[in-house]
Design a protein around this ligand. Structure first.
Ligand SMILES: NC(=O)c1ccc[n+]([C@@H]2O[C@H](COP(=O)([O-])OP(=O)(O)OC[C@H]3O[C@@H](n4cnc5c(N)ncnc54)[C@H](OP(=O)(O)O)[C@@H]3O)[C@@H](O)[C@H]2O)c1
Length: 327
């Protein structure tokens, strides 16, 4: 038996239960991983609250989480690319990362290089890979652009700040407090907009001499939608990559009115396959970390048993950077 977080109904953080669960032997194509760190992501909140549907069978409920690092303990038949003792991390696959150990599909496991600690890797798997696919695949940045990025001091945000700097991109980042602005700037965000006291559109126009930006990466959603569209140049790209403040619904006529805007709502799952491509994405991310372009450590650490507390902190905008759970 291992300890794990499970939930049986959607709702507030209190629905998360810390329980004993059985972990079996890996079957064909599977591996058993013992976690050293589990990463908290905003998507975990969407699943917990029911905003993203998840099957919760009567009496069985569900595990939570899709992002962790650890060591392979055993592999099942047909898994010849991993061995017991390998350090690995992952960011996709079935829910259930909030656990001391688990059996899972081996094909989603990414070997971790020497030189990157488990603690750092736990901040990179989902969040660094998200920065990779946003900046290198969804709207590929060439260098020299000025971009608008929302929640710049968040988990994905702090890595995005550093990745933008490494690419020679000028990032304008939104944050809710002056303290978060300082953190974003220290991580390479060239300009910050403190949303509690500054007007996003006015500041973007000021910084870009009235031109606006070619792309907005907007993970905040409902609260920032109209500002994001108003900050774009004609034929600009609106990348709606999250809904931390609530869902967005966009009438296509609005996109025409705002300047023939291109809009996409990207999901990682459509940018990470096949496995060879996932490993290339990870290689690019790890190379930036090994080169020192991206420095990433958890900013908040909770015991796995205190996952509910960690959720409260993330939901109430009290965190900066990455948050990890220690099993
Ligand atoms: N599409 C994908 O494939 C994908 C993959 C990974 C993550 N994401 C999305 O990227 C975003 C960032 O994820 P993360 O885990 O790194 O979280 P995070 O950015 O660390 O936390 C969310 C941040 O959003 C800001 N925010 C603005 N309004 C908010 C509100 N009403 N409630 C809560 N937060 C609000 C807060 O920053 P301020 O206080 O500074 O405003 C908060 O710290 C999330 O929306 C997530 O769903 C998408």
């Amino acid at each position: 038996m291992v300890k794990a977080i499970r939930f049986y109904e959607t709702g507030g953080p209190e629905v998360l239960k810390y329980e004993d669960v059985a972990v079996g032997e890996p079957g064909p194509g599977q591996a058993r991983v013992r976690h050293s760190y589990i990463a908290l992501n905003f998507i975990d909140i969407y699943f917990r609250t029911g905003r993203y549907p998840l099957a919760l069978p009567e009496g069985a409920g569900s595990g939570l989480g899709s992002d962790a690092v650890g060591v392979v303990e055993a592999v099942g038949p047909g898994v010849d690319y991993l061995q017991p003792g390998d350090r690995v991390g992952y960011l996709i696959g079935p829910q259930g990362a909030y656990s001391q150990a688990r059996v899972m599909p081996a094909e989603v496991l990414i070997p971790l290089p020497d030189g990157i600690s488990d603690r750092t890797a736990a901040t990179l798997m989902m969040k660094g890979m998200t920065a990779q696919y946003l900046f290198r695949q969804v709207y590929p940045l060439k260098g020299g652009e000025t971009i608008l990025y929302h929640a710049a001091a968040g988990g994905v945000g702090l890595i995005a700040c550093q990745w933008a700097r490494a690419l020679g991109v000028t990032m304008i980042g939104t944050v809710s407090t002056d303290e978060k602005a300082e953190i974003a700037k220290a991580n390479g965000c060239a300009h910050t907009i403190v949303t509690s006291r500054e007007n996003i559109v006015e500041r973007v126009k000021e910084i870009t001499n009235g031109k606006g930006v070619p792309v907005v990466y907007d993970s905040v959603g409902k609260d920032t939608l109209m500002d994001s569209l108003d900050c774009l140049q004609p034929r600009g790209h609106f990348v709606s990559n999250g809904t931390s403040s609530g869902s967005v619904v966009v009438d296509s006529q609005l996109l025409a009115q705002k300047g023939s805007i291109w809009m996409t709502r990207p999901a990682m799952v459509h940018y990470i396959h096949p496995r060879a491509h996932m490993l290339d994405m990870a290689r690019e991310l790890f190379d930036h970390v090994l080169a020192g372009d991206i420095v990433s450590e958890p900013q908040q650490t909770f015991a796995l048993a205190d996952a509910a507390e960690a959720h409260r902190a993330l939901e109430s905008r009290k965190t900066t950077g990455s948050t990890v759970l220690v099993p």
